[in-house]
Ligand binder design. Sequence first.
Ligand code: ADP
Length: 185
Amino acid sequence: MKLILLGPPGVGKGTQAARLKKHFKIIHLSTGEILRGEMANSSSVGIQARQYIDAGNLVPDEILLKMMNNRLREKDCAGGYILDGFPRTIPQAEGLQILLDEINHELNAVISITANQDELVRRLVLRAKDSGRSDDTESVIQERQRVYWDQTAPLIHFYKEKNILKSVDGLGAIQDITDRILGVV
Ligand code: ADP
């Protein structure tokens, strides 16, 4: 099973990815987590990424594409994965498509999880209290939402045209949302 989870910050992609990972016994690749790991290690990718992440902006496409190009070619990806936080721009989606064709991987579905914006900001502000993330301040949270609508939301149309988009309502109990996702894949 090869899935992309798409949705604004705070919609619960990480929570649902953890459950789908168990259900399908596949790996969960969160580019946010990978980048935070790179920053913690002060690797060259981490050092380059920090200024963008702390401002709530996207890390440049070339960095993400190179990182995911290496990652998706690794052996543990052959059995399936959930991409969480990637692709986040049209050029990333196009780059991913070229890569998947090269390695003969086919996506089963792109799940777009939806929720209203006020609820998302409320959730993120609550989460910020104990997340320890340097990008979880109210002004950066607002900026991350803006960037989502501006740069990532166009992917909904991109994948709809490829006939692999499935939309799922992200409001409600965690298990209900998991069931909705399992119902569409
Ligand atoms: P959230 O979805 O809660 O905003 P993530 O953990 O997915 O957070 O990502 C945190 C930050 O990492 C983003 O705001 C962005 O700066 C960077 N990032 C993660 N994935 C990508 C990506 N595919 N392209 C560019 N930047 C990314």
